[in-house]
Design a protein around this ligand. Structure first.
Ligand SMILES: [Zn+2]
Length: 363
């Protein structure tokens, strides 16, 4: 019995020593040169909120999502619970965000994203297709009374009142318009959107749009995430931020990230954000994103909060990039934004990337 335990212990330590030796041999260090400490006073331009209509917000989630195990988990990573939201209203999610950025060492401002409902080509709201709906009126009004929060509007271009809604959004402080084409049923290349795009240019409203595949929802049309579909809007002069640098999926045998990057030289009005690039399923693209010259001056910092609060985003995924001390320091950082900034900075994200969005969004 005793000798069995001794053997077990020595085998365990043997494995640890082998793993440590492998790590020393293969250690690569950061993905790009780390030149300075991360700057302060940052803007996170990609932050979600949630709600299910509590307190009269008008927000909605589908019955199937509400009944699934995912729902409680989503609220948990938002730092709240169903009971608390029911009691205090959907605005509580934004209160948690305000508290967190007040405590953050690096991030002072966040853009909260609305999420418009799907509309059909006749301009009718497609009730049955709604999975998550976060109305402009709710986000636009709620951010006004919360310091550090800004309005990211969402206007479906099929809406009959789309142009009026863009105008309302701009008047009410929107810093850009957000789309999730794969879920909202938007084909960005639709010629009928030319007037919508020209209105965006006139109002100086950029477009933050999801590009690449999307897998957080139960139904998705990933053909609509093809970066090439953005050409019409770019030709109209819209400033576009491609979310996550299109780092998922492929079309016509070419990865979406590459389809996006090859458009960068042709369109100086095309930008990209760094949100979710540290997530387990996307981090293989991170070294390329930090080093590709086509993204110089065109890449901006964002989180995709609250996804930064999941186990899919942990410094422990990078044992060949970060020292043990760095991993420990990042893992024990409680603040969601600080943890994200420290991780991206340690991996090689430059001050220029962290700071781009404040000037771009004129905040
Ligand atoms: Zn997002």
């Amino acid at each position: 019995m005793k000798s069995g335990r001794v053997f077990g212990l020595s085998a365990f330590f043997g494995v640890i020593i082998i793993l440590m030796a492998i790590r020393v041999i293969f250690f690569k260090g950061p993905m790009a040169p780390v030149t300075s400490l991360p700057p302060r006073n940052l803007v996170d331009m990609h932050c979600h909120t949630a709600g299910f209509g509590a307190g009269g917000s008008g927000a909605r989630v589908s019955e199937s999502l509400r009944n699934s195990w995912k729902f409680g988990l989503y609220l948990k990573i938002f730092g709240t619970s169903k009971a608390e939201v029911e009691e205090k209203g959907d605005g509580i999610v934004m209160d948690v965000i305000v508290r967190s950025i007040n405590e953050s060492e690096f991030v002072d401002d966040v853009v909260i994203l609305a999420m418009d409902a799907p509309y059909d080509t006749a301009g009718e709201l497609d009730e049955k297709a709604i999975e998550v709906f976060v109305p402009n009126r709710f986000v636009g009004e709620e951010v006004k009374s919360r310091k550090g929060l800004h309005f990211g509007a969402s206007v479906h271009p099929n809406r009959k009142d789309a142009l009026e809604e863009l105008e309302w959004s701009k008047k009410n402080g929107a810093v850009f318009v957000k789309w999730l084409p794969n879920i909202q049923g938007i084909d960005p290349s639709d010629e009928r959107y030319r007037g919508y795009y020209l209105k965006m240019v006139e109002l100086d409203l950029p477009l933050l749009t999801h590009v690449g595949d999307e897998d957080s929802f139960s139904k998705t049309d990933n053909a609509l995430g093809d970066p090439k579909l953005l050409k019409l809007a770019l030709e109209c002069g819209v400033r576009i931020i491609a979310a996550h640098v299109a780092s998922s999926g492929e079309r016509e045998g070419v990865e979406n990230i590459e389809r996006l990057l090859e458009m960068m030289p042709e369109f100086p009005n095309l930008f990209a954000d760094l949100s979710t690039l540290t997530q387990a399923n996307r981090c293989k693209y991170f070294p390329q994103v930090l080093n590709d010259e086509r993204l110089t001056g065109r890449l901006m910092y964002g989180t995709d909060y609250p996804l930064t609060n999941t186990l899919m985003v942990t410094a422990l995924q990078f044992p060949l990039r970060l020292t043990c001390r760095q991993m420990w320091n990042i893992v024990r950082t409680k603040n969601s934004w600080d943890r994200d900034v420290k991780l991206k900075a340690a991996l090689g994200c430059s001050a220029e990337v962290f700071e781009l969005s404040r000037g771009f969004l004129k905040l």
